[in-house]
Design a protein. Structure first.
Length: 134
């Protein structure tokens, strides 16, 4: 996302973090412009200081992404497979945590025209489809 958004996104993140890994706290979110993208970006803190995500941080972050997007008046949103890459969480655990986070704010979901869960890896995508099919 930062690569497509360009250096402006990274500069905004740097000004927020002031050199820290995650000054916003686990499960919290912050919004920046999208830089070269036509949309804003909600950044979610799901990894601890060692770079490890957890089901709980992913669940809380998902909940907070939805609440932040609703507060900002977004009508569409895409949520990546949080923690299922460098966060060290299995795709199944990530999908289940995101699903629980969405259930936490199920009444708020009606505010959106579209919510996408995105995964660029075909195996991760397949796992997410199975978890969300239930």
């Amino acid at each position: 996302i930062r690569q497509k958004g360009g250096s402006k996104v990274q500069a905004e993140c740097d000004s927020i973090t002031k050199g820290q890994i995650s000054p916003i706290g686990m499960g919290k979110v912050v919004t920046t412009t999208g830089g070269n993208l036509d949309s804003k970006i909600i950044h979610a803190a799901v990894m601890d200081w060692e770079g490890q995500a957890s089901s709980e941080s992913i669940r809380r972050a998902t909940r907070n992404i939805i609440l932040e997007a609703k507060a900002k008046g977004f009508k569409t949103i895409s949520i990546p497979a949080l923690g299922a890459g460098s966060g060290g969480v299995s795709p199944k655990e990530s999908a289940e945590a995101i699903k629980k986070g969405l259930y936490d704010v199920v009444l708020d979901l009606a505010s959106f025209d579209q919510i996408k869960i995105v995964a660029f890896d075909s195996q991760v995508q397949s796992t997410f489809k199975k978890v969300f099919a239930v």
